[in-house]
Design a protein around this ligand. Structure first.
Ligand SMILES: Cc1cc2nc3c(=O)[nH]c(=O)nc-3n(C[C@H](O)[C@H](O)[C@H](O)COP(=O)(O)OP(=O)(O)OC[C@H]3O[C@@H](n4cnc5c(N)ncnc54)[C@H](O)[C@@H]3O)c2cc1C
Ligand code: SF4
Length: 433
């Protein structure tokens, strides 16, 4: 695993949710009603037994609590930090219907999993050798969760990743105030403790190793290659210096240093979660004037309301109903020319105006990489997503998929659930019981 540079822009960020002290965790855990048919379990994609892990915290069994979490979700440490709990487990806590503050499940999960990392408690060992081998494309959350479960079941695993660092978007994409790259890499090391997971970096599939060769090396394959490059603006001036894809820019600030010393006016194009993250990251790095430009209004945004509300508190500003038509500047950007849009987000004539900008981040989505599987007969794609059955199997025997390349872009916890469940289905396919 390559080392991270010490100098990284992301180190400017503190955790946005403070960790619990043992006393705070105990008090919060005692508030849980330990519901039968707990709605929080049903809404967690990895179905962690939440009342059980919370009860264990309440009784002082922190090691057991973390064990409960990891046995369902081996990436429980990052999920505790990055899951949009307001729309998942916490949002479904029964207290929400009683006018009582919901139990802070994510913070309790963080308390237990952090304790496990700190103490180095061990929970898993590899299963008896099955003699079967699985190749995994992508060392992101889906690929890592799949690899760990396959090792528990005794299969040999090789992961191929085109990047020099593992962890996928947890390492290079998720906002540093939720998880920094060094913590994401610590989580990869946690997963690898089970032994027998070989990660081959800087290997692009199918460019460096073709599908045919991969299929002869392994008895089954799991596709967890996520999404592709940022969408670009197809308008004049879009190639000027000072304009960048949002995810590409976030990767630069997480894994290295971005120089914002000359940026006075930053514009982020989009209204989804990545756009909101970019706004908060630029504000956090000291850019005084950060504007989001979105072609709809606040109620049409796809970004989570709780994240947008935090961005507004941090000083975010926005131009609603605006659509870029040209990037202005000589050599580098000086402004973004936009027109107004109507209630249906359609451009309105003769409404052009310029928003000052010396940095423009384009957060209007990422490409789907469905074309990658063109050489795999029987694997279907739809809108660039790999089509799967519920267990992750595709139309080609022995080929499974999960995570963003399958669902088009959800959350880490969905990728973990996909990877784990596909591993269990592959175990059956490989003749395991
Ligand atoms: C900006 C941003 C912020 C986000 N914030 C959150 C958040 O706060 N909370 C949350 O839960 N989720 C968040 N997400 C979503 C979350 O990161 C993804 O859902 C999750 O990482 C998907 O995991 P994955 O393993 O499917 O894909 P990825 O994490 O994308 O991993 C895919 C891996 O495959 C590798 N790869 C790609 N193509 C190839 C190839 N051809 N050959 C070999 N390797 C390849 C890549 O290098 C990468 O390592 C965010 C996403 C973005 C873009
Ligand atoms: S993994 Fe995420 S959704 Fe599931 S219980 Fe933990 S914080 Fe909630």
């Amino acid at each position: 695993m390559s080392d991270l540079p010490k100098q990284r822009s992301e180190t400017a960020f503190a955790d946005y949710k403070a960790a619990y002290t043992p006393a705070q965790a105990a008090v919060e855990a005692h508030r849980c009603l330990y519901c039968n048919d707990a709605p929080c379990i049903a809404v967690c994609p990895t179905s962690i037994n939440i009342p059980e892990f919370i009860r264990k915290i309440a009784t002082g069994n922190i090691e057991g609590s973390a064990g409960t979490i990891f046995s369902s979700n081996i990436l429980g440490m990052s999920c505790a930090r990055v899951c949009p709990v307001e729309t998942l487990c916490v949002g479904d806590c029964v207290f929400e219907n009683m006018g009582v503050p919901p139990v802070q499940i994510g913070k309790l999960q963080r308390f237990a999993t952090d304790a496990a990392y700190e103490a180095g408690w061990q929970y898993f060992e590899a299963g008896a050798d099955s003699g079967k081998s699985v190749g995994i494309v992508g060392a992101g959350p889906a690929g890592l969760a799949c690899a760990h479960e396959l090792r528990r079941l005794g299969h040999a695993v090789t992961i191929y990743d085109k990047r020099p660092l593992p962890g996928g978007l947890s390492t290079g994409g998720i906002a540093p105030y939720k998880i920094r790259a060094d913590s994401a890499l610590a989580e990869v090391a946690w997963v690898l403790q089970i032994g027998g997971i070989d990660i081959q970096h800087n290997v692009e599939i199918p460019g460096d190793i073709g599908w045919e060769e991969l299929s002869t090396r392994h008895d089954a394959l799991f596709l967890g290659f996520g999404l592709g490059p940022d969408s670009t603006l197809d308008i004049p001036g879009a190639d000027l210096d000072g304009i960048s894809g949002a995810v590409e820019y976030i990767e630069r600030l997480k894994l290295g240093v971005v120089d914002l010393s000359k940026v006075r006016n930053a514009v982020v194009v989009g209204g989804g979660n990545t756009a909101v993250d970019c706004v908060r990251e630029l504000l956090g790095l000291g850019v005084a004037n950060v504007k989001m430009v979105y072609r709809g209004n606040e109620s049409q945004m796809t970004g989570y309301a709780h994240e947008w509300s935090a961005a507004k508190n941090e000083g975010a500003r926005v131009v609603w109903h605006a659509q870029p038509v040209a990037v202005e500047g000589e050599g580098s950007v000086s402004g973004l020319r936009c027109c107004r849009t109507d209630a249906n987000k359609k451009a309105m004539p003769e409404t052009e105006h310029t928003i000052a900008a010396d940095l423009i981040l384009v957060a209007t989505g990422q490409a789907k990489l469905g074309d990658l599987v063109a050489g795999l007969d029987g694997v279907q794609t739809e809108w660039g997503r790999v089509v799967c059955n519920d267990d992750g199997s595709t139309g080609m025997p022995g080929i499974y998929a999960g995570g963003d390349c399958r669902n088009g872009g959800k959350e880490v916890v969905n990728a973990v659930a996909d990877g784990r469940d596909a591993a269990r289905a592959m175990h059956t396919y490989l003749g395991g019981v």
